[in-house]
Design a protein around this ligand. Structure first.
Ligand code: NAD
Length: 476
């Protein structure tokens, strides 16, 4: 039967489209059903990451950083360009072109790999088959599915007292698409989205107020790195108020009055736009027929076992809708893993080596455990850190800020965590991920030749510092 599949994937974000490609590569007849609709009402594959998240935000981060550097740094290099002028429409157009290139690329990949990409809304039925309501025309069809991979992703958490009107109180997607620079931008939540979007609009000229409920800035990161990052962000003009719990947001004409509580009592701030970036929740609304019983946990994530199997036979879940870090690369890796499990191949998913990255200036990136976690887990450890200030390449780039910190087991020397705040941390972390995937020791990195002059030398020196043998710094 033409509508009978070995695998039906629901969702074409980085979890789903990658799972579909790998399933097809494994010789399985595969369909991928996806209902993403852009603001123009048109469907595009790629989910939030490609259409409204990772890709457009990185485009805006890059453009805004160049704008900022042209105005603040070029002169230091002896390059006089005068006061740079912002053409936000051109910046947005460039972003749109990149997004289109990537989302269109998925259609090509589906064709090339013989995946049937179906624009439609899927519902999992009790018997494990999948009902699809086509986006074009609303026609219904039931796909016979031997296996289902759910990769429906997540959606922004909405605060009951600050509901999105998408004009004044906005989510991260809205904040990527502003057609003018808000004079005053308020941000609730100094997490990954808050910091990245706050950076973009700060560099383009907004006065940014960031309010974070937790006392500890970047509580999920190593606190030495978090402190250094906060210091650097402050220098960039990005001020963050921690211990500030927002309790109310009221739209009044073209302004939003934000009320929050901090150690000094009740405070108020008025902004032109308010970005709510307080996390995302798994998206499973309307996904299951009433009689299709799949277990969700208390927070709404689909419960899965170590092979990402849900409580329904032959139904799997990957990415943001399943427990674990809400990151595109975690979703993709789980997608590959499940597609291989279904095909009966050897498959492995290592949750201990998933890197986290924040694309600020300087960037923050880490993999493995923080010093706080090692202390809590009572693991004996050694720590070595090294700053970018002593690195020739970082100085040449005019970005000699931040550090690399490496944590290794005190007895076995195995690397347990690497934490970076500094230039190109997003790229540098790959070495640490690979080292940890191979269970390398700090000595393995010490004995590895690192090119000179390059930023990677700071990782080398941090590894040497673990044993108090850094060459270009005083070991304490
Ligand atoms: P987050 O969990 O990173 O941060 C949300 C922050 O909001 C937290 O620090 C929390 O303490 C704070 N908060 C919650 N309620 C608050 C309140 N009432 N007042 C003030 N602060 C409050 O969530 P996010 O930034 O929305 O990102 C969502 C997800 O998307 C995350 O899992 C993130 O990892 C992912 N993401 C990743 C990237 C990347 O990899 N570079 C980029 C964007 C998003």
């Amino acid at each position: 039967m033409s509508n009978s599949y070995d695998v039906v994937v629901i969702g074409a974000g980085p979890g789903g489209y990658v799972a579909a490609i790998r399933a097809a590569q494994n010789g399985l007849k595969t369909a991928c059903v996806d209902n993403w609709q852009n603001r123009d009402g048109k469907h595009a594959f790629g989910g939030c990451c490609l259409n409204a998240g990772c890709i457009p935000s990185k485009a805006m981060l890059e453009s805004s950083e160049l704008f900022h550097r042209a105005g603040h740094e070029f002169e230091t290099h002896g390059v006089k360009v005068g006061k740079p002028e912002l053409d936000l429409a051109a910046m947005q157009k460039r972003k749109g072109r990149i997004v289109k290139q990537f989302t269109g690329g998925i259609s090509q990949l589906f064709k090339g790999n013989k995946v049937d990409g179906i624009p439609g809304t899927a519902r999992v039925l009790k018997d494990g088959n999948v009902e699809v309501t086509k986006l074009d025309g609303g026609e219904k069809e039931t796909l016979q599915a031997k296996n289902v991979i759910i990769a429906t992703g997540s959606t922004p958490v909405e605060l009951p007292f600050a509901k999105f009107d998408h004009e004044r109180i906005v989510d991260s997607w809205d904040a990527l698409d502003f057609d003018e620079v808000p004079k005053r931008l308020g941000v609730i939540g100094a997490g990954v989205i808050g910091l990245e979007m706050g950076s973009v609009w700060k560099r383009l000229g907004s006065e940014v107020t960031m309010l974070e409920a937790e006392e500890d800035f970047l509580w999920m990161a190593d606190q030495q790195i978090a402190k250094e990052a906060r210091k650097q962000f402050k220098k960039e003009g990005l001020e963050i108020t921690t211990g500030a719990k927002v309790t109310q947001a009221e739209v009044k004409g073209k302004e939003v009055k934000v009320t929050y509580e901090d150690k000094n009592g009740t405070q108020e701030v008025t902004v032109d736009k308010l970005l709510v970036a307080v996390g995302r929740r798994p998206y499973t609304d309307g996904l299951f027929a009433d009689d299709a019983k799949v277990k969700l946990d208390k927070r709404g994530f689909i419960e899965v076992d170590e092979h990402n199997r849900t409580s329904m036979k032959n139904v799997y879940a990957v990415g943001d809708c399943a427990p674990g870090l809400m990151l595109a690369h975690k979703a993709s890796e789980e997608g590959v893993f499940v597609a291989d499990v279904i095909a009966g191949k050897t498959a492995e998913m290592n949750h201990d080596t998933i890197p986290s990255i924040i694309y600020t200036a300087p960037e923050v990136a880490w993999v493995g455990r923080t010093e706080e976690q090692l202390k809590k887990d009572k693991v004996p450890y050694k720590s070595g850190s090294f700053g970018f200030a002593a690195n020739g390449r970082a100085q040449a780039m005019e970005q000699p800020h931040g550090m690399v910190k490496m944590l290794a087991h005190k007895d076995t020397d195995e690397i347990l965590g690497v934490h970076i705040v500094g230039p190109m941390a997003s790229e540098l972390i790959a070495e640490a991920v690979l080292a940890m995937e191979f269970r390398a020791s700090a000595e393995d990195i010490q004995l590895t030749i690192h090119a000179h002059p390059a930023l990677g030398e700071v990782i080398h020196e941090a590894a040497l510092a673990v044993d108090k043998r850094a060459l270009h710094g005083i070991n304490r």
